[in-house]
Design a protein around this ligand. Structure first.
Ligand code: ISL
Ligand code: CA
Length: 540
């Protein structure tokens, strides 16, 4: 079967707050994105995914929406948004929006209205009157701590799986479905090509009963990947999305391949793809705050499993919630350039749609945090507070937060070696990584051997390779550091060889290189440290 348009696309994720500031208030904005279309076009990406740009009090940087049909004034206006869509279209690029429908902001008019016990909005959220017995539930939330808060205005309790400023929508109430449907008609009518659904496998709550004993996410048996979530996704697709040539990718937390198949097999008619997290968890124990040494073998095994289990994957190595990949999987000190490029080859040669996160194409690295003042992320702040409550010593708390914070991925994009990395002329909302003088777009766009140049080559290669876009995936070999697989499509066969280590690796293949992050023309069977090689095995 030939691919659908979004299966041939390379998606580039933009975190608007940190991409480019056009009016020098220290905050990235839509006009900033508008000022860089040629950069994105030059890189070769087809779709831009914008993290939320809706009106929002920004407790969770836009993942707390107070108006789904308007733009956050800090990011610009609806006219700016229309211009961005038009401008992208002129260059053959499409835009997808981030859609958060598990919860809204506590400033959303629906929530404000729902405080009225007898009003028409009451059932938009999960309210419970106070019975004097304390918190009405033992569930634990995603940001640590409880999932019920008492509204100071009414004294009633409401449910929130994330921060208390993000109350969960009650999808049992039919009006919620109708509201979201109209939101999802509005944006495609404007020219938006699809949606990334935020935490989509938790939107349906079977019940609000207390949860069984569990170390993490107590209560999640009542809402993780429940049948009700499938009903909702089917309805949204049938009644709204099928009207245009949109695609959707659902973020799914704590998902197994078996569950993922139920969401994404084409005949299910739900989201087209999902983001899973298992490969992001190969350097952690239980939760991401407890790190263990990264063992490449675990990453290879996990990727093979998902490549085999799903006919089509949404592949990614970075996003706005996870530390930078070169700092996690590579060697930033000794082999920064090589170990920033090689995982790019992995991403662009797996079967599925590749999602690239802003700055990954420059090999942007993790941040070195010194103080909690440097941390802006609500999750990090709440986890730190929880750890403090649990009497975890300050030094350990800092170690945990500084190594795992979502802010690693949120530092300003490094455009140049100018002050503030060319992101803004005034102090950015979050600190710039000190290495911007060395790692920046201006440098790299001029350098044929840069990380950027290599990503560009990878993307261009993928575009003309049917084996990479449509072909089958066959793992051939992996060990503690080496990963070898084949991609096949009728007349075209490609071999991908990757070395995830500081040591050379001997393999039993050799031949002419189609691509190499060491710029080799021929391969003799010995991979250099952090080398990625693409060979042709097509019979002549
Ligand atoms: O990685 C996580 C699980 O421990 C969390 O950081 C993350 O909150 C989770 O993956 C869900 O993420 C999405 O929804 C959140 C928002 O804060 C994230 O930015 C978003 O990607 C709530 O809307
Ligand atoms: Ca700005």
């Amino acid at each position: 079967m030939t691919n659908l348009w979004w299966q041939d696309a390379v998606v580039y994720q933009i975190y608007p707050k940190s991409f480019k500031d056009s009016n020098n208030d220290g905050i990235g904005d839509i006009k900033g994105i508008i000022s860089k279309p040629d950069y994105l076009k030059d890189l070769g990406v087809d779709v831009l995914w914008l993290c939320p740009v809706y009106r929002s009090p920004e407790v969770d940087n836009g993942y707390d929406i107070s108006d789904y049909l308007d733009i956050n004034p800090k990011f610009g206006t609806m006219e700016d948004m229309d211009r961005l869509i038009r401008q992208a279209d002129q260059r053959g690029m499409k835009i997808i929006m981030d859609l958060v429908i598990n919860h809204t902001s506590d400033r959303h008019p629906w929530f404000l209205e729902s405080k009225d016990k007898t009003g028409p909005y009451r059932n938009y959220y999960y309210w419970r009157e106070d019975d004097g017995k304390g918190t009405p539930s033992n569930w634990t939330g995603f940001f640590g701590g409880k999932t019920r808060s008492k509204d100071p205005d009414t004294g009633d309790w409401y449910l929130h799986l994330f921060s208390k400023e993000q109350p969960d929508l009650n999808w049992h109430h039919p009006a919620v479905m109708e509201e979201i449907k109209s939101v999802m008609k509005f944006w495609p009518d404007k020219g938006i090509a699809g949606f990334r659904y935020d935490v989509i496998n938790v939107i349906w709550k079977d019940s609000l009963e207390n949860g069984r004993f569990k170390l993490i996410l107590k209560g999640s048996e009542h809402y993780l990947s429940r049948p009700g979530s499938h009903e909702i996704l089917k309805a949204l697709r049938k009644d709204v999305l099928s009207r245009s040539d949109c695609f959707t990718v659902g973020e799914t937390v704590f998902i197994t391949p078996e569950e993922a198949r139920k969401y994404t097999l084409p005949e299910k008619k739900e989201p087209d793809m999902i983001f899973y997290f298992e490969h992001m968890e190969t350097d952690q124990i239980l939760v991401k705050w407890f790190k263990r040494k990264f063992r490449p073998e675990r990453l290879f095994k996990t990727l093979i499993k998902w490549q085999k289990e799903l006919p089509w994957n949404a592949n990614y190595l970075e996003n706005h919630d996870r530390p930078r990949s070169v700092s996690r999987f590579g060697n930033v000190e000794k082999y920064w350039r090589e170990s920033a490029k090689m995982p790019g080859m992995l991403l662009m040669t797996l079967r599925g749609t590749p999602f690239l996160y802003q700055g990954q194409e420059l090999g942007m690295t993790g941040f070195v945090f010194h103080s909690m003042e440097d941390i802006k992320d609500v999750e990090s702040i709440q986890i730190e507070a929880l750890a403090k409550k649990l009497l975890i010593p300050e030094k350990l708390r800092k170690k945990i937060i500084f190594s795992t914070s979502r802010d690693h991925a949120r530092t300003p994009f490094q455009w140049s070696d100018q002050k503030h990395a060319g992101f803004s002329e005034s102090t950015p909302w979050i600190k710039v990584n000190r290495n911007y003088v060395r790692i920046n777009q201006e440098n790299q766009s001029k350098d044929p051997d840069s990380v950027f140049a290599f990503y560009k080559r990878l993307i261009a290669f993928r575009k003309k390779s049917t084996a990479l876009k449509e072909g089958s995936f066959t793992p051939l070999y992996y060990d503690k550091k080496t990963f070898i697989y084949e991609r096949n499509h009728e007349q075209e066969s490609l071999l991908v060889l990757l070395n995830f280590s500081d040591k050379p690796s001997k393999v039993k293949y050799a031949g002419e290189c189609l691509l190499s992050n060491y710029n080799r023309k021929t391969f003799d069977g010995m991979l250099h440290p952090w080398e990625g090689i693409l060979l042709s095995t097509t019979p002549r």
